[in-house]
Design a binder for this molecule. Sequence first.
Ligand code: FAD
Length: 447
Amino acid sequence: PVALMWFRSDLRLRDHPALRAAVAAGTDGVVPVFVLDDHLDVTRMPVRAAYLTRLLAEFDERIGGLHLVRGRPEVEILRLVQQTGATSVHVTAAHTPYGLRRDQAVAEALGTIPLVRTGSGYAVDPGTIRKADGTAYRVFTPFFRSWQDRGTDRPVEPIDPAGIPWLRPGGGTDLPEAEPPDGVALPPVGERAALEHWHRWLDDHVDAYATERDRPDLDTTSRMSVHLKWGTVHPRTLLADLAERASDGARAYERQLAFREFYADVLHERPDSAHGYYDRRYERMRYDEPAGDFEAWQQGRTGFPFIDAGMRQLLAEGWMHNRARMAVASFLVKDLHLEWTHGAHWFLERLVDADLANNQHGWQWVAGCGTDAAPYFRVFNPVAQGRRLDPDGTYVRRWVPELRDVPGPAVHEPWTLDAPPADYPPPLVDHALERAEALRRHADLGR
Ligand code: FAD
């Protein structure tokens, strides 16, 4: 029989249960296919489109030919099954609201040909970890304990790539051209680059991760988010390597990976929270409409150096340090009084690691309307955050060239300098006033 292996966010060969299932079923051939899905028109997300194009090119070369089609998956996968005589279609299960709908539509279109879902992009499949009463967790820490108690599986045995009987049907479409906008410096693509990077990071940084992870200036977090997002590495593989290390850093890293698992579980339970409020009370809060101040935020010209450094890192690299993500998100919601959805959308457009579950719930956590949300009254002070997380100002000087000549931590408050750099904007808002305004709006909500 022939099997179809429909790759999505799992463009790798190792630790790949769905691919193993396809190889076991397709003894006469395995057809590797990727659908450029009309619905997920990534051209609207130019950074990701460019990354995906490079990744597809790398994978195509790695396996000696990936069959690409463009259109609606329920049409294209059925067409390919008919063309090749495949008797099963194999995928890694998807868990986003759209992914679930799409796979349902494909399964229906296929009729008696099974759409076999094996494994997921998570160490524990979303929807699995439940409280004793069978309901989903709404708070991270107890979820984490339960997740740890369950334990994660070992990576699946590798398959010899040379032994896979790939079968390539004729036709298909060529890889589209896509260049990153504004010269964004994209990270390396593909499984081999990801694993090489991971092993180097383990040797050099994991043991210090617990103490260094909050420091954007040190820039020593793993940057594995992009590889996890595209599934070029499975988190099981990372967890197996971490388990061999007895350091606080390794334990802290496992906890962060569990955040990713938690948010996927939350999204699985509450698909409406992808674009709506997890805590629906916040729908009624008074918000402002985005205008010039939103654009200043997007471009990193708010006049608050730590905020601007984060936003400019996003523009330059398609990535931002976690603590900067938190600070810029707080600024948008609590200093500019905009709905979190505006900022989240800009992140989805610009992040190379944009992940629906992590992004939408990261934003909602900061905005105070998410799971175990930071209490709304905890408003980040953009200057104090900078002084604490970037004590010498190195991060700001790296990303805000107008401030490059300002030495030391004074760079966090350029308006206090005798001669502030003329080309750097003054603060967009008075933080103390806007903080009070945010608290007022929050108090109104309780009435
Ligand atoms: P590391 O510190 O090395 O962490 C290792 C891995 O753990 C990450 O790659 C990620 O998979 C996971 N992780 C770490 N922190 C978190 C977290 N807070 N929530 C969920 N998973 C986490 N992460 C994304 O992958 N995609 C997003 O679109 C995204 N948007 C975010 C938006 C906001 C407003 C906030 C506050 C956080 C967001 N995060 C997002 C989470 C986090 O900022 C990134 O995962 C992290 O910065 C990626 O860099 P890293 O791989 O070097 O992280």
